[in-house]
Write a protein that binds this ligand. Structure first.
Ligand SMILES: C[S@@+](CC[C@H](N)C(=O)[O-])C[C@H]1O[C@@H](n2cnc3c(N)ncnc32)[C@H](O)[C@@H]1O
Ligand code: SF4
Ligand code: SF4
Length: 393
């Protein structure tokens, strides 16, 4: 009896908290709208990228530019075979860094005062020494984040309890059947939701779900929203498909303007009730920037972040998956030297796209995301410029 009463009271309190949170979000949303109408946020969006770039350049000049986050593609191996995988993951095709090689870089990163080490892949949890590396990150005094498809989390609960990540990033690409079909493994959806619950239970505060929005899952967004909101997710990121890896030159993996418009509206609508954003790869979003994301577009590649690829090549962004864009390899140069002498393509960016060169937004946009540009999918101006909020911008 007593227990039942306690349970009901807890339930009531949870409902009340949820309602309060929803009201708060609505108040914030309305306040943001008022500021929007004043045009102030448009100015902020317009100048954001220029200011960030300038601040990074000044830091570089005084030799104090340090990446806030270094991301490590720990492997190209994967226990999944997602149809759209940007990394073309499955079996690895390069000689991957050894435990010692990556641990030496981690020691060097700490000396440079890098604060965050994010581990992605491929699937990090198939790397046999992954917890040895993670332990070294923690011992070095850095925070770590991990991106995983979630399938093997149960196997490593004890390790994660001991070595708790700062954030957990995972992927759900549709409702159960669609997700499992896209990701190539039955049970992927269910196990992923369980993994999110596990990370919640051990006190990981940031639990992000990424959904790549594709022509064959876009209609499921309203239903998926219910699933996400009832799960242990704290943040939902909706990604536009990047035309690289297995999604390269594949029209079935790209959204048309009508679908993109729907996606924009869906994100704006959902943001009234849940923490949600459109991925950075969608680039500059003009007057709609702050409705679709918490901050305007800025590509931090080679400025605030960089990637160490499985074979030790250092790239501003992994999205090229092409050593032509490598700034050096940690097997034959120190990370510090690569960081201090490379990345001029990002630090002095010149967008060569003809359409961009004559566009009035070039300074705020810089031609958007490099990966999207490689497949000519980088400009969303046709969608946001027609929006009513852009009338005065
Ligand atoms: C490469 S995965 C690595 C981490 C892990 N294996 C996973 O799937 O979560 C990182 C994220 O990129 C997403 N992704 C893969 N291919 C993509 C593409 N072509 N366009 C946009 N996002 C993509 C995945 O769905 C995942 O959320
Ligand atoms: S998206 Fe992630 S889970 Fe899917 S194949 Fe690529 S690396 Fe593996
Ligand atoms: S044309 Fe180029 S610079 Fe202009 S908004 Fe589009 S992507 Fe950005």
């Amino acid at each position: 009896m007593e227990r039942e009463r306690e349970r009901k009271e807890k339930e009531k309190k949870r409902e009340k908290d949820k309602k309060r949170e929803k009201n708060m979000k609505n108040v914030l949303h309305n306040a943001k709208n008022v500021i929007y109408r004043s045009g102030m946020l448009n100015v902020y969006s317009e100048y954001y990228l220029r200011c960030k770039l300038l601040s990074c350049k000044l830091k570089q000049r005084f030799n104090i530019l340090v990446p806030g986050t270094v991301l490590w593609l720990s492997t190209y191996n994967c226990n999944f075979y997602c149809k759209h995988c940007e990394a073309n993951a499955g079996d690895t095709h390069v000689p991957e860094l050894s435990t010692k090689e990556i641990c030496d870089v981690i020691t060097e990163l700490r000396k440079m005062n890098v604060k965050m080490f994010s581990i992605t892949g491929g699937e990090p949890l198939v790397r046999k020494d992954i917890f040895q590396v993670i332990q070294h990150v923690i011992d070095s005094g850095m925070e770590y984040g991990i991106a995983s498809n979630g399938y093997l989390v149960t196997k490593f609960e004890e390790e994660f309890r001991k070595m708790r990540p700062y954030d957990y990033f995972t992927s759900i690409d549709g409702l159960e059947r669609t997700n499992d079909e896209i990701r190539g493994v039955k049970g992927a959806f269910r196990r992923n939701l369980e993994a999110l619950e596990f990370f919640k239970s051990i006190g990981v505060k940031h639990r992000l779900v990424n959904t790549v929005v594709l022509p064959n899952n876009i209609e499921q967004l309203p239903e998926l929203k219910k699933v996400i909101m009832n799960s242990a997710t704290t943040f939902w990121r909706l990604s536009v498909p990047i035309p690289v890896g297995r999604a390269k030159d594949n029209d079935k993996m790209s959204l048309n303007n009508e679908q993109l418009k729907y996606l924009f509206d869906f994100v704006i609508d959902t943001s009234k009730e849940f923490d949600i954003e459109l991925s950075d790869e969608a680039g500059y979003l003009g007057c709609q920037s702050l409705k679709l994301r918490s901050r305007p577009f800025f590509c931090g590649a080679g400025l605030t972040k960089c990637y160490i690829m499985p074979d030790g090549e250092v790239l501003g962004c992994s999205i090229f998956y092409d050593n032509e864009f490598s700034e050096g390899n940690i097997r034959n140069k120190s990370f510090k030297e690569i960081w201090q002498t490379g990345f001029s393509r990002f630090r002095n960016p010149q967008c060569a796209d003809e359409k961009c060169m004559s566009c009035k937004h070039i300074k705020s946009c810089q031609g958007g995301c490099w990966g999207m540009r490689s497949g000519n999918k980088h400009c969303y101006k046709d969608i946001w410029e027609k929006n009513i909020d852009c009338a005065n911008s």
